[in-house]
Design a binder for this molecule. Structure first.
Ligand SMILES: [Zn+2]
Length: 69
């Protein structure tokens, strides 16, 4: 197979943006080395199963509590 996402150069990214979108959609794996995400293990050099936290600690929506309108 081709090189992993981790090995993509900026040129690769620009050239294969459509393929990238497919690899990144609904990601289930994260690279423990490069912090990249993908929905295929094969796309990462050091894949780890990805589990989403329920709330992001830096979620801007959580801070922005607008007064009841
Ligand atoms: Zn990697």
């Amino acid at each position: 197979m081709a090189k992993t996402l981790c090995d993509w150069s900026r040129k690769d990214i620009a050239k294969r943006a459509d393929l990238l979108a497919g690899i990144l959609a609904d990601p289930s794996f994260v690279c423990a080395k490069c912090a990249r995400c993908a929905n295929s293990k094969k796309a990462l050099c050091s894949p780890r199963k990805l589990a989403f936290a329920e709330t992001l600690p830096f979620d801007p929506a959580a801070k922005k509590k607008s007064p009841a309108a």
